[in-house]
Design a protein around this ligand. Structure first.
Ligand code: GLU
Length: 383
């Protein structure tokens, strides 16, 4: 293994999800609260568009940055929903995770620093390391409402800071930042000539709150990379389809990585993406209202467990409870799997300040939630 990869942990979310699949294949009844994957089928009109594309022979390479109609539809979406002054030529279609990876590879130099929240999604920090750059994790736990505050960011900025990574609604905590906070972070970035990478993959899975895109603030378009995708909003995880928006001066390097890595996103998935953006919107609304009910159920049950503290998530489909037992989060996840047959992701997978927490993905049926949370309560009461 290269030194580069030796410095990197395997993805905590993918590892637990693979373990669940393996246990299930051996006939063991495990309730999975692990990977963030909606349990709903991809809406029928989107599937039909994919099938139609396959049947019509749309199975070859596409233009590297994506098919024109999808780039156009994405630019329109960014303009109308996110108030970003987007042009189709500024959009690259690519799996969302790859969009983040490419942006970091293309824009951050060896030894440069990337400020990110701790806890935050499992792959940001490894991606920064793979680029031979330096992650600068900032404590963003219960004390700051699981948000990266402008004050904390200012404290961490050095002359090597190249990028600030934001993710709202947040994985793993469900936090959402307000307009003023995003605006203040944008001003800091603009004053010091720093880029912002804004991962907005959960933008529509949001409850009583609003998503503010940094690229929509005055003069910010030139320094913000906005990343989004179809996996969560449209329950399309397996299609591997997402996109990024960036101004031309940032886009060229990213586009080079695309041509040297995956060439283009999957052809027929792109046609399905056009159908997703066209609508109808009702299937998404139904999923989101179901997630809200599940959030309420999950939070309610967690509040009833001894030794558990929970901040109510305002977006995404994760809860990130803190526990008051003398046990590492790896051990806690192993204990819950053995004792309750419930799979969760250990908090430490999301950073040092995620320790003593675990992540529950509640993107699963009410029945699973009732059963799994019940078994969890019983297991915790034995500690
Ligand atoms: N982003 C999802 C999660 O956090 C999917 C798995 C992954 O890419 O990490 O569970």
């Amino acid at each position: 293994m290269s030194f580069r990869m030796e410095a990197v942990q395997e993805s905590g979310t993918v590892k637990v999800a693979d373990k669940v699949k393996e246990l299930k294949s051996r006939g063991i009844d495990v309730i999975s609260f692990s990977i963030g994957e909606p349990d709903f089928p991809t809406p029928a009109h989107i599937v039909e568009a994919g099938i139609e594309a396959l049947r019509s022979g749309f199975t070859k390479y596409t233009p590297s940055a994506g098919i024109p109609e999808l780039r156009q539809a994405i630019a329109e979406k960014l303009r109308s929903e996110n108030r970003i002054d987007a042009d189709p030529s500024e959009v690259i279609v690519t799996p969302t995770k790859h969009a983040i990876f490419m942006s970091i590879m293309a824009l951050v130099d060896r030894g440069e620093e990337v400020i990110l929240a701790d806890p935050s999604w499992v792959s940001y920090e490894p991606m920064v390391r793979i680029a031979d750059a330096v992650p600068v994790p900032v404590r963003a736990d219960e004390e700051t409402g699981f948000r990266l505050t402008p004050e904390q960011i200012v404290e961490k900025i050095t002359n090597r800071t190249r990028m600030i990574l934001l993710n709202y609604p947040n994985n793993p905590t469900g936090s959402v930042a307000g307009r003023d906070e995003i605006k203040a972070i944008c001003e800091i970035a603009a004053d010091r000539n720093i880029l912002i990478l804004s991962d907005e993959i959960y933008e529509h899975i949001i409850y009583d709150a609003k998503n503010y895109s940094p690229a929509s603030f005055p003069d910010m378009k030139e320094r913000v990379i906005t990343v989004n995708g179809f996996s969560k909003t449209y329950s399309m995880t397996g299609w591997r389809l997402g996109y990024l928006h960036a101004p031309k001066n940032l886009l060229d390097g990213i586009q080079k990585v695309q041509t040297h890595s995956i060439t283009c996103a999957t052809s027929f998935a792109q046609k399905a993406g056009v159908a997703a953006l066209k609508g109808p919107w009702e299937p998404v609304q139904k999923m989101v209202s179901e997630f809200r009910k599940r959030r309420d159920l999950t939070v309610g049950k967690l509040k009833g467990m001894g030794g558990i503290e929970i901040v109510e998530p305002r977006g995404a489909f994760y809860a990130f409870p803190k526990y008051d037992f003398d046990m590492s989060s790896e051990d806690m996840a192993a204990y819950l799997l053995d004792e309750a047959h419930v799979a969760v992701t250990p908090g430490s997978s999301f950073g040092k300040f995620g320790e003593n927490h675990f992540r529950i993905s509640y993107a699963t049926s009410t029945e699973n939630l009732e059963r799994g949370l019940g078994a969890m309560k019983e297991a915790l009461s034995k500690l």
